[in-house]
Ligand binder design. Structure first.
Ligand SMILES: Cc1cc2nc3c(=O)[nH]c(=O)nc-3n(C[C@H](O)[C@H](O)[C@H](O)COP(=O)(O)O)c2cc1C
Length: 346
């Protein structure tokens, strides 16, 4: 979770008995190395590093290959957004994207981080074997049963089944793959299809969700949105507040932020770009083009021009606890929920 899951959040989750995961996307390897070291100062518990393996991230499209008229149309559509946050208009192309993923993977191996967590792609079986040789376990996030089977065949240790309720990007990398299945249908389908333990993701934010996921056969849950609204999250305060104020229907899936589908809170940034009809630059270049707007919005505390990734669980998130308290209360509430169910059915 870029801009959200730094060392403090990851360490707090791990210290409480969960598995904290550092966000590695867009972090230069030297920064990632510093963050790994910082987590280790804060805890000696296992943690993970998350990386995207999408072809557009591994092998970025050079900005010079983007059609000039698309860059011009995107900048024209963004001009009123820039004005709204006090920035001048611009006609620049997005900057070159670094191809840092392989270096980041090498770092995870070298530093023997407990888990390499991957999304939007699958590591090849040889990479999984290299990870295992270094004592690094691999988890991969999928949105459909075919990708779950491929992950299982590649020797992945933990498969995360991401339902459509989930906040953030859909973990899809094959355009033809089905991506719209909900957590309740996806988790048991994947559990039945693979040998690896399955972790449920999407729409889970309290112990009731953990108990339900366990009932579906999941070995655990992975949460994003719940942890955005915690004290250790580095998300701007207005993003956390927007989650506390939102209902399950406040989110939408859009390609307008990066060119790849992601669930966010609906706001002017998303709605007005979609309405503009301007093209979305591929290969995460759209995100690079909009960076200046997002940073200015964050500085000005403007939630309307900032990408607030969040899932449908926003409707049950009403407080701003420490991340460790979230882990502890999830376990307590799940136990209570399971006891309630068993006592009722006797
Ligand atoms: C703000 C935010 C950022 C995210 N960034 C990433 C990411 O960089 N890599 C990744 O694998 N998943 C990312 N996710 C998705 C989570 O892995 C997970 O699928 C999702 O949060 C689960 O659903 P939930 O949001 O309902 O808890 C992100 C989610 C959110 C809310």
């Amino acid at each position: 979770m870029g801009r959200v899951a730094g060392p403090e959040l990851a360490a707090a989750v791990s210290r409480a008995g969960g598995l904290g995961i550092l966000a590695g996307l867009n972090l230069p390897p030297a920064d990632l190395d510093r963050q790994i070291a910082r987590v280790r100062e804060l805890t000696d518990r296992p943690f993970g590093v998350n990386l995207w393996l999408h072809p557009d991230v591994r092998d970025p499209i050079p900005p010079a290959q983007l059609p000039a008229e698309n860059v011009a149309s995107a900048n024209a559509a963004l001009a009123p957004f820039r004005a709204a946050v006090g920035l001048p208009g611009t006609a620049v192309s997005p900057p070159e994207r670094p191809a840092d993923v392989d270096a980041a993977i090498e770092l995870v191996l070298e530093r023997r981080v407990a888990f390499l967590s991957v999304a939007l792609g699958l590591p090849a079986a040889v990479l999984v074997e290299r990870c295992h040789a270094q004592g690094v376990r691999v988890m991969a996030m999928v949105t459909n049963v075919d990708d779950a089977r491929s992950a299982d065949a590649a020797g992945i240790d933990v498969i995360v089944a991401q339902g459509i309720e989930a906040g953030g990007h859909r973990s899809n990398w094959r355009p033809e793959a089905p991506a719209g299945v909900g957590t309740f249908a996806l988790v048991p389908e994947v559990v039945d299809a693979v040998r690896a333990p399955v972790v449920a993701a999407g729409g889970i934010a309290d112990g009731r969700g953990l108990a339900a996921a366990q009932a579906l056969g999941a070995a655990g849950v992975l949460m994003g949105t719940r942890f955005v609204a915690t004290r250790e999250s580095t998300a701007p305060a207005f993003w956390k507040q927007a989650i506390l104020d939102a209902a399950a229907g406040s989110t939408t899936i859009t390609k307008a932020l990066t060119g790849l589908p992601a669930r966010v809170l609906r706001n002017r940034l998303v709605e007005e770009y979609e309405k503009s009809g301007a093209p979305v630059l591929p290969g995460l270049h759209q995100a690079a083009l909009e960076q200046d707007i997002w940073l200015a919005a964050a500085r000005a505390g403007r939630s309307d021009w900032f990408p607030m990734y969040a899932g449908q669980s926003v409707g049950i998130i009403r407080d701003l606890p420490g991340a460790g308290e979230v882990v502890a209360s999830m376990v307590r509430e799940a136990d209570e929920a399971l006891q309630r169910i068993t006592s009722r059915s006797r």
